[in-house]
Write a protein that binds this ligand. Sequence first.
Ligand code: CA
Length: 229
Amino acid sequence: MARKVLVLEDESSIRGFIVINLTRAGYEVIESETGEEALEKLRDNPDIRVALLDIMLPGIDGFEVCRRIRATNTRIGIIMLTARSQEMDKVTGLMTGADDYVTKPFSPAELTARVDALFRRAGGAAPEQAGEIVQEPFLLNTRNRTLEKNGQRVKLTQVEYSIMKMFMENPGKALSREEILDTVWGRDYFGELKIVDVNIRRLRLKIEDNAQNPTFINTVWGYGYKWGF
Ligand code: CA
């Protein structure tokens, strides 16, 4: 199934940022710089499922593009890219038929989450093999084994990464220290349970806003840890 997304944005730096992040999330991105070009590409690619439309453009603006798309296509998901200074954009955009809007500047995680949600609603499954687990403000990329918090890379050791993956795959679930040791270090590892605590302490320093008062990695007394918000 095609996972095609159209991006209409005249500013090349913003367009590039969107293209990189959606491509990394498993989408095929079709770019356009003007509304006219976007409409043409939509005609050529009827399998585009979601369109991201900037508003301020040379030529016809994003609202007009949205109106013209909606005149013939009710199925496609449309996200307007709005500027913070343009409060009314959101209302106008939704009035012209947009499904959602994202306010600039946005984080890669926010962008991908919005597109994924709309993609699901537009009838296509979000890319399973995208290799990303998104739990705001975290984005874990399981393909290149990296973690981002609020769009910023958090440098992790491979062990720390494995612990994060285990947590993010089990949100809200109490995980025993033995379970963490088995999963991360392997069943044949003859280390002490203490190594789990040491790594979690270090991980908290890296990912928590305040490691003394952790809100992401919670201690379950006498048992282990829980990834919980
Ligand atoms: Ca613009």
